[in-house]
Design a protein around this ligand. Structure first.
Ligand code: ATR
Length: 259
């Protein structure tokens, strides 16, 4: 039996374990998937260095650190500068991939959001679609470096309050604000978010974040993070199993039931 694991902090809210375990079982793939609370990614990978650990999902706050912890990188993951999937090859080398941006691409036309690991993938996806991208982040330097990498504009997160989006602009939250256990958090006031045509939240735990609830109250169209969650999981599943097609309809059933 192969062992797969999710490294994240916090980890309790993640639905990846139930999703991957049920899907692995459904295709008869001999592997189990464990939620693992991480502290430091390098020491975590050292701890779980047995060849039986054949792959990891990498989530908040480790996606950016994962780039330097992998021996080899998929070119897209390297361009994004963030990794959410790590595969241990039979020779022991760790290979990093990013399946987040595929999920993001489907929901985003014009984007604005955080500059962490998920933010990088979303910004990259938006840029691929030819969108104008504005990156707002609490740590301004990270917004600047991401904006420079993709040819976008940088803002401080607090400046979102006075920023006025162009028509058709989507607000995409890639910060952890609003995520379990800090469900009161939100990256933007209700007043400022009312200027957007659509709000997308990469956070899917809870399914309806404060940001999405307030957007709905303002009559702004909302897209929950569940779709991005499913699509990134499809990509991960195929990496974990060496190319077995992911059971997408089962994934959708599980996501609908458990998120
Ligand atoms: P992930 O890999 O999932 O994207 P991450 O790289 O740790 O996780 O990114 C978390 C994002 O949430 C960052 O944009 C972070 O802002 P900083 O770059 O300033 O750290 C943002 N974030 C987390 N807690 C926040 C808070 N309390 N206020 C504002 N932004 C916050």
């Amino acid at each position: 039996t192969k062992v797969l694991g999710l490294i994240a902090n916090p980890v309790k809210q993640s639905k990846s374990p139930i999703l991957h375990n049920k899907c692995l079982q459904s295709v008869g793939y001999n592997a189990v998937y464990l939620p693992l609370l991480g502290d430091n990614l390098a020491s975590f990978l050292e701890t779980y260095s047995s060849p039986d650990f054949s792959g990891f999902s990498c989530s908040l706050p480790f996606k950016v650190d994962a780039v330097k912890c992998c021996d080899e990188h998929d070119p897209v993951a390297k361009s994004i500068g963030a990794i959410n999937t790590i595969i241990r090859r039979p020779d022991g080398k760790l290979v990093g991939y990013n399946t987040d941006y595929i999920g993001a691409i489907s929901a985003i036309e014009d984007g604005i959001g955080g500059a962490g690991g998920a933010g990088k993938a979303i910004a990259y996806g938006a840029k691929e679609k030819g969108a104008r991208v504005v990156v707002a982040n609490r740590t301004y330097e990270k917004a600047v470096s991401l904006a420079n990498a993709i040819g976008g504009q940088a803002l401080r997160l607090a400046d979102l309050e006075t920023f006025r989006p162009e028509e058709g602009m989507i607000l995409a939250n890639a910060t952890s604000l609003g995520m379990y256990p800090n469900t009161d958090g939100t990256p933007i006031s209700k007043k400022a978010l009312s200027f957007y045509d659509m709000v997308f939240d990469a956070v899917y735990a809870p399914k309806v974040t404060r940001l999405l609830r307030e957007a709905e109250e303002c009559g702004v169209k909302v897209v929950s993070g569940v779709e991005m969650f499913i699509r990134q999981a499809i990509g991960q599943f195929e990496h974990f199993t060496g190319g077995i097609e992911a059971p997408e309809s089962l994934m959708r059933e599980i996501a609908a039931k458990y998120t």
